[in-house]
Design a protein around this ligand. Structure first.
Ligand SMILES: C[C@@](CO)(OP(=O)(O)O)[C@H](O)COP(=O)(O)OP(=O)(O)OC[C@H]1O[C@@H](n2ccc(N)nc2=O)[C@H](O)[C@@H]1O
Ligand SMILES: Nc1ncnc2c1ncn2[C@@H]1O[C@H](COP(=O)(O)OP(=O)(O)O)[C@@H](O)[C@H]1O
Length: 309
């Protein structure tokens, strides 16, 4: 008896957002990047990225947060697909992105889509890529991309792309205050340089107290350790963010920090109930565009569906 050939159908990968629990920004390097010490945590706010064979290269984006995402070769997910195809002789694919991560919000949504596309193509084309090969292509696409492949909680050095896992206990609960519009990452780094002009900037080193707090699993220990060297620059470009931060603290957050280059603000709360209360208060204040609750750490980019016809 002969059976019909198995045709690999589209692969869907779910990929989380990130928050930087600690983002220490060192001097600007000769290549234009800043040396970083970044402690990333993956949060339960997701993009779903579906990649399938197609007659021509393409990308489409859906969801209420899709505005502002390019649907041409500027889309980093399409760049990721072309990179894998160039290396492994792949045929054209179409990438469909369902956005659940705010765009240009400092939560690495674009990097997440690139990470998801790498994982999807590894699966679709049965490439059997090892961690090193995936991380190397990820780093070529952007400093944050390797972390979105890995997920969990990790420390990033170099320009953020060299990862080491960080031990944590339990689950931390977050409330994310989404802002109107976005902030450009290069513009925020440039503003940080401007604000620090004339000062001696040391090489960044991760804080042992943060690592210890993460091992306790206690949000009261973690809250005072949240720090972001880009925060002043983000607030300098968007002064309204300072008010959102103080509102959130007044409404009961244990700690708050601008996420990466902003403008999203991540508030740490005690648990689910406290998260609901804070989300309600921030929404009622009218000072934010929208509010999301999330928890972390969660897994990095992972296949959730593969249709085989
Ligand atoms: C600030 C952070 C914190 O995690 O995230 P976001 O807030 O953008 O999500 C990252 O450093 C963003 O990483 P990513 O978005 O991957 O940046 P890349 O594409 O590698 O670089 C974009 C631009 O950001 C600046 N850049 C990025 C990384 C770095 N270590 N130093 C830099 O100065 C450079 O101007 C670079 O041209
Ligand atoms: N797949 C993508 N999703 C979101 N933004 C993308 C994507 N591809 C390219 N971009 C561009 O990257 C910029 C930064 O987006 P994003 O990665 O969401 O933010 P951030 O760098 O603040 O974390 C966007 O303004 C957009 O122009």
């Amino acid at each position: 008896m002969t059976s019909a050939p198995i045709v690999p159908g589209p692969v869907t990968v779910r990929v989380p957002a990130k928050v930087n629990l600690e983002l220490l920004v060192g001097p600007r390097r000769d290549d234009g990047y800043h040396s970083l010490s970044s402690v990333y945590q993956a949060l339960s706010l997701y993009d779903d990225v579906t990649v399938g064979e197609a007659d021509e290269w393409g990308v489409s984006v859906s969801g209420t947060l899709a505005e502002g995402v390019p649907t041409d070769d500027d889309n980093i997910a399409l760049r990721a697909a072309r990179l894998v195809a160039d290396r492994y002789d792949g045929e054209p694919v179409h990438v469909s992105i369902r956005k659940g991560i705010p765009v240009a919000g400092g939560m690495a949504g674009g990097s997440a889509d690139a990470a998801a596309t790498l994982v999807a193509l590894d699966h679709l084309w049965d490439l059997g890529l090892d961690r090193e090969e995936l991380e190397e292509m990820a780093a070529e696409l952007g400093s944050d991309v390797p972390f979105l492949v890995a997920g969990g909680t990790a420390m990033g050095s170099g320009r953020g792309e060299m990862l080491a896992p960080v031990l944590t206990r339990g689950t931390f609960h977050w409330v994310l205050a989404l802002a109107e519009g976005g902030l450009s990452t290069p513009a925020v780094y440039a503003e940080c340089d401007r604000l620090r002009e004339g000062t001696d900037v040391p090489e960044p080193v991760a804080t042992p107290a943060l690592m210890a707090a993460l091992r306790t699993g206690d949000p009261h220990e973690l809250a005072p350790q949240l720090v972001n060297d880009l925060q002043d620059a983000a607030i300098s470009l968007r002064p309204d963010l300072g008010e959102v931060l103080s509102d959130g603290m007044e409404f009961g957050a244990l700690g708050g920090v601008v996420s990466g280059s902003g403008p999203t603000i991540a508030f740490l709360v005690e648990g689910t109930e406290a998260g609901i209360d804070l989300a309600v208060a921030l929404t009622a204040s009218g000072a934010v565009r929208d509010v999301r609750r999330a928890s972390g750490p969660v897994h990095g980019a992972h296949v959730i569906h593969h249709r085989v016809d």
